[in-house]
Ligand binder design. Sequence first.
Ligand SMILES: Nc1nc2c(c(=O)[nH]1)N[C@H]1C(S)=C(S)[C@@H](COP(=O)(O)O)O[C@H]1N2
Ligand SMILES: [Mo]
Length: 315
Amino acid sequence: MAVYHPPKIPSSEITPQSVYTQRRTFLKLAALGLTTLATTKYAGAAALNSSSSAYMLDEKLTPQKDVTTYNNFYEFGLSKDDPSKLSGNFKSSPWTVTIDGMVSKPATFDLDKLIKELTIESRVYRMRCVEAWSMVIPWDGFPLAALLKKVEPLGSAKYVRFETIVRPDEMPGQSGFFQSLDWPYVEGLRLDEAMNPLTLLAVGLYGETLLNQNGAPLRLVVPWKYGFKGIKSITRISLTDQEPKNTWQIANPQEYGFYANVNPTVDHPRWSQATERRIGEGGFFGANRRPTLPFNGYADEVAALYTGMDLKAHF
Ligand SMILES: Nc1nc2c(c(=O)[nH]1)N[C@H]1C(S)=C(S)[C@@H](COP(=O)(O)O)O[C@H]1N2
Ligand SMILES: [Mo]
């Protein structure tokens, strides 16, 4: 039965906008609880009460304008405003995602079909970039676990490796003088992290289809880890028994690790991680800094994944 968790978005924040793709139509309907999947109508307070409080947050949402113009997406350039300005030629539809490696049923899925099959949920997550800024974002997506279950991971699989698409013709940062990282952008999770119910594959935010700058049409959201784990425009997911080397770790292993759990007590070699700047909130100089929380505030949900591990060594 499809249970849709309603977005905690004040209706004043949702601006009507022309509906120009099937996917967008779907998300719009989903936001209203009107998808065919949800002919079982949204059950109101009952659904709210049954959903984990970790999926909702009593913090002010970061304005949609900031979420869609202050971005990191090096495939489109290095400045925060490059992705929104330089991603106009990127074609995010049609889209397929291939799942291979240590699974019983490897498959290539058409994303539009997948979205119709799986239940799209809305969740408000606190997001923390390794650069010490943060946002609160209302995501729309499905748990990564729901997709992985379809392909039946083998008992030998221990990690999940993700790859971003490579399209230098559409992504100016993948060619020419913007060249900065090795492509494709790669990320990884331990299988138990990937199966955690908090781990989301997002297809939208603020009730609308993802824009290119936010990782259209499919991106990872792991709210207890630094933002760079949230790989965008995913085209391939591989199950493996080897810890994947992720892009930022390859670029600079002294500064970026595999785990990247948000941890105010483990500083980046060049700056403190104890506090963060909330994007979209005013305040002169240090006035809008707030303390960073262990596991970004999701310790109750995920700290047990790391029992017995030295988180200073596994940063
Ligand atoms: N493919 C790809 N994914 C990426 C990045 C990138 O450069 N390329 N940047 C990461 C970083 S550092 C952050 S903080 C988040 C930012 O996501 P947002 O722009 O949607 O807030 O995306 C992550 N995913
Ligand atoms: Mo980041």
